[in-house]
Each structure stands twice: as C-alpha cells, then as structure tokens.
Design a protein around this ligand. Sequence first.
Ligand code: GLA
Length: 808
Amino acid sequence: MILIKDNKFVLNTLNTTYAFDILETGHLEHLYYGARIDFSEDLFEFEVIKIKREFPPGNTISYDEEHFSYAFEDTSFEISSTGKGDVRSPFVSIIHADGSRTSDFVYKSHALKKGSPKRKTLPGSYDENNNSETLVITLKDRSYNVEADLYYVVYEDKDVITRFVDLRNTGEDEIKVERLLSLQLDMNDSDYEAVFFKGAWAREMQSYRTRIADGMHVSKSTVGTSSSRANPFFMIARENTDENMGECFAFNLIYSGNHMEITDANSFGKVRILSGINDEGFLFTLKKDEVFEAPEAVMCYSDKGFNLLSRRMHEFVRKNIVRGEWRDKERPVLLNSWEAAYFKFDEGKLVKLAKKAADTGVELFVMDDGWFGERNDDTTSLGDWTVNEKKIPHGLNGLCKKINKLGLKFGLWVEPEMVNVKSRLYEAHPDWCLANPETPHSEGRHQRILDLTKKEVREYLIESLSAVFSSADIEYVKWDMNRVFSDVFSIGLAAGDSGEISHRYVLGLYEIMGELTKRFPKILFEGCASGGNRFDLGILCYFPQIWASDNTDPICRSEIQEGLSYGYPLNTIGAHVSASPNHQTLRKTPMKTRAAVAGFGCFGYELNLCDSSKEEIDEIKKEIALYKIYRETLQFGTFYRGGKGPAKSLAPESASVLSNASGAGNIKEWTCVSKDKSNAVGMSLKKLALPNSQNTIYRPQGLKNDAKYLFINKELEYDIRDFGDLVNMIAPIHLKQNSFLLDMIAKKVKLPSEKEKYTASGKLLCTAGVRTCQDYAGTGYNENVRYAQDFSAKVFIMEEIPDIEKNE
Ligand code: GLA
C-alpha cells in the first residue's frame, strides 16, 4: 500500500515500511526502511524521523545560500549525483554536452499505478494478479534537459519492493551516461555487515561477511556475465544477525551482465548501498528523446534473521520472476551425459545410458555437448547447429524417438552465444564475433563470443535454434555460455559507442531468449555458464532453473547451494549426483551424501550408469523413488538453514570448506517443509568427523507447533569395508584388508544403519531438537550407533500424524 501526503511518501508491505519525502530543495530524502510502521494518514510523524538541520557540518559544501544548512555529504537520498557536495559514490553520473559532470535532480511530479510496469528493453518482475502498486516519481535536472523516472513497485504480500529508473534526454544535445545504477539505499547508520557471494569457477557463491562501517566495499563483475566471481545478490545485516534473529536486508538485480554492488560508509556514520550496472568500461550515449532503462533492483527486509529474508526472496522469485509453463511444475529427474561420457559418445552409447537411466526411475535424458558439427572436443563447431550424423546417424528425431520409447523425455545442450574459429559459421561470418580484427585476440576455451548487438546475428541464432528445437520432440534445453568477455569490440560500431557493447550484448541476449521461450513455451530451459557463471534473476525471467556449478562434489556443493539459497529458491537450482571420486576435486564421498545434497535442488544424475555396480543401481533406484515422494516439498516447500548464517569473512584460500571443520560450519543442517506443513525433509551433513563427540542434535524448523509428527531417518546400509580392520572385532574369521574374500563378503553382508523413530509435536521437534542416535566415536559400535564418518549425510523425514479425534 502506498500513502502520499504533502510531499511525503510511505510504501508499506505487510511487514515492512519504506519512507521518503521531498526536501525544500526539491531533492528526495530517504528516511526509513525497516519493520512496518503504521503511520497516521497525514504522516505527521515524519517530523520525528526527519534530520534536523540548522548549520552545515565542518567543511562540507552547502547546497546554496538559500539552503545553507543543507550539506549533501550528510544527507540521505533516494538518488544521488555528482557535483553538488555529495562526495559519496553516486547513483548517476552524466557528461553533459558542455562537458560538465554536475547533475542535480529535483522533484517534478509523481504518479501512482496499479500493477507492475513492463520494461521495453529489459526483463523485470511481474505480477499476474495485478496486486502490486507502482509509484513513479519524475525528477528533472535543474540546469540540463535530462529527466529521470524513478519507479518503486510494491509487492505487498511478498514484503518486497523493486526499483528501477528510466533516464531521458529531453534536450537537443547528446549526453553521455557514465553511470546509471538501479538501487540506492542511504542507511542512517553504518553499523552493518555486508554479506557478498563471491567465488570462481567450481567455487561459486562463497559467502563473505565483512564490516562496512570502514569506507567502501565493492563486489562486482567485469567478465560480461553476472559471473561466479560476484553474484548480484547480496545482504547487509547487524553484527549479531543469524539465521533466525536480527535485522537484515537483501538486494538483487534483474540483470545478467556486468554489475556492481557498493557499500560506501561516509564520515558521518551513514552508509550508502548501491547496486546496478558496473560502470567500468560503460559509456552510453543518449540522443534527443532517447531513454536509458536501468535494470530493476529488488529489496527485502527481515527483522528475524536470514531465514525469513530468504523465504521472502524465495516466494518473490518463484511467483514474480520465474514464469511460463514450468513455473509451478515439478521438475523431472534427469540424467545428463556430460560427466558420463564427455565428448566420447555415439547414438548406441547414449541409448544404452538412457536405458539404464530409465530403469532407475530417471524421467528425462539430456544429451550434453558434442552432438553437432564436427565436435569431438572443445576446439570446433560452436555455431554450427546441425547434428553430427557420424555420431547420431538417425538425427535428433531418430535419437529422440528411441529415448522416448524408453519412457524418457529428451533434451539437449546448446551454447548459442559462441562460435569456434574452426566452424562453418566463422568461415562465413568472421565479422560476427566480438573481436577487433586489427589486434591479436585472447583465447577462452578456443571460442569467441558472437556479437549479439548485431541484428543479423540475433536473427541467425533465433532461426537456427528454432530449427533444432522443432526438429524433434525436445522437452528440455540446457543453454550454456562458457567464455569470459575479452577484446570487447564490435565491428561496424562507431568508435565512440564502444562503451555500449557489453550492455547491448545483454539486451540482445534477452531478445533471443525472449523470442525462443515464446516460440517454445513447453520446453524446460536450464541456464548454465561454465556452471554458475550466470546465476541471476535476469536469466530466471526466461529460464526457470540454472545449473549451479560444474563442481558436483557434495561437500563443495553444500556450500554453493547454501550460498544460493540465501537469495534463490531450491527449484531454481540444478543439482546432480556424479561419480566418486569426484571429477573436480577427486574426493571420494558416499552416494548417500551426493544424493542428499543434490536432493535439495532440481535433482538429477550425471554419471555413467552403465559402469555402476548392481548395488549402486539399487541405491540410485531407492534415492529416486524417495525423491519423487518428497519432490514437491523439496522443490516448492519452505527452506530453512540451521546454524548461525554466513560466517565472518575469510581470505579465499582459508575459506576452504574443510578449514572450519571444528567450527559451526562443519555441519550443514537443512530442512524443507511442505507448503501445508504436513511433511518435511531434513538433512544433516557432516564435513569432518570429530573424535570423541558423540551427541548430535538435529533441529528441524517450520513445523506446525501443535501437530504431531512421526520423525524417522532414511535408513541406510553400510559397507563393512568402511570400518577398516575393525571388522575383525566381530568377524568369525580373520579378514585381511583389500582381500578378495573381504570384497566378496562386503557384497553380501551389509550393516544396517541406526533407526530413528520418534513421535512428537512440531513444537518439541523445532524447539528442543532431536537428539539423534549416538555417533561412532571410537569406543564401540552397535546397531544403535550412528556411523557418521567424514562426508556423511543423514536424511530425516517428518510426516504429520492425522489427529483422529480432531477429525471425528
Ligand atoms: C560447461 C558446462 C558443463 C558442460 C560443458 C560442456 O562447462 O558448465 O555442464 O555442459 O560446458 O562443454
């Protein structure tokens, strides 16, 4: 709900309030964002929260003689610019025709609208029920012919407010936009910590929590995509905020290109939060009447810790970002051929693999890279989207039919934005990639980036991919993008416009994605970029899920997926079980652990099932069957993290997942509760076993207080070889380690796991927690002892027991 009275503005959601007003000078002054405050209708309480001004502080600049007490260096604004005394990092920076970089935006008018407006060039949030409300404030530069429309979209029931700005050149002369961000939030005190999610390939979404009262912190991407280096999602929080306590704010950007997030604490105890397109290398010319749309930013607040913040973000992303046929549909269990075969496959091998997959309960078979052109390694053929008939002699349709006959859906991998120099496409159109033909080109995976700023390139991609997608019953597409931008140069573009290329590329990409998802609404698209190099809300406006990381090691994955879970719901996160030793870390982990972690996401497999033993296949069958029972809970339920939330920042090398084994980070505790709270799935993952620590508590969250639940563990079987030569303590005959005899016996004799079975109220389970069976700690083992070695995961199921008396 939006309240407006005498230049005062209040944006209320169910549990939060955002307030600002117009200063005497005409500038928008930010006043408050936080827990809901019920202001009276005439908003007289603004007098309480407004800054009192009599004299400007120290050597600050006063706005003008008439407003001498207005020092912009110490004022909280809705948007800021350069040149009028505000020395913090600005929201907007423009080079005017006379060369001046001073801008001074003041209030011109405002309007209220129902629903959430659609952007012309960019994807954005949407509201199918038209419940949202939008406030548009038009600002005008006092000296130059430039206007800015500032949008605030209030999603009342989601406790989310989104913001964006359109900048308009209303004058005759060209202007150059050096920076135009999407979100500015000037907080009245700087006693916060920022939590950024940084990383690299195979190490995405590592949280970095750091104090922000000391100057400026920047998290940014310059690689052309939103990147694994720094996700656009970030949070700020009070020092003592943990998962279920304390104040925190979350921010995200609906954008897939270079972005930056800044916290800039000033000398007066205030902090400015900024987020938007990264201005490094950015310079956009606006001619008369042209408009620049800045991407939409998302903000959310919680006074009860990170879990509540995430839940609010999750609901918003699920209903107001993700769209299309697959938005609310359960995602199929898939098998992807990449780590099963890499480039080494043909139709026969794929069909064999698919047959095995079908037997285990997999629902979708995905043929990854290597099916087109002459592609047998990563040096050729990107751009040539025609099937390699040497490998797939019956074409996509022939293969698809064979896969469908096995009862599986069929899907495939594409990397549309790229071209190999060794390709027919490059031969025909060497000028279609981002490269400067006059200078040597840097290499990345032997491929170049197609110049999506060019209409003919976009048209080629739309038509060639449409031909692929309609050549068979393709029900899933993995859309990859495996190169960091370099040598950014567009042949044919005027030299002065080179600062527009990276952004125009993203706009071109959105146009292609928009058209193809419109033409093929039934296809389930999964975004991917060298794993999680482009996990963002821009992509999620088109594709309902994204591959989180090429790292499928469950220990690393627990960090990556937990990092993602702060801002993104589980049904947007692609997660697969792969082989052990893991291909990225060579770490050996139990299948049970790999399945437990991947289960908290869009679940699938990515390993050569044809090489799996019968025991493994049996285990996989059970895993898939169990996942299907609780799929709705895991994909659409409410997710809770245990623990204390992101730890204080560590240097990247010491942030290794194992370095904090003895600390809180050693155990990952996740719970997913179904929407109606009638069931829940929990996981407790132990990274390293700690000697002589026998007692573990698992604390579920989010159950109904007064309902009764049956709490059980997923029963497991243990391999006697995992106990080393301790097996001789119980074996009637001596068994030598690594002997044929031990292997034989191990195949037949399994140790059953401990059994947890309790009945208790939701309140008891969530408040006191469940003291699970004693962990093995070197002093004895029997059937009631938990075998909880390094990298072990325990899965718990909670089912509500119907209250028969109540129902009668
Ligand atoms: C990227 C993806 C992988 C796989 C390969 C294929 O690395 O992240 O999942 O598809 O490309 O080349």
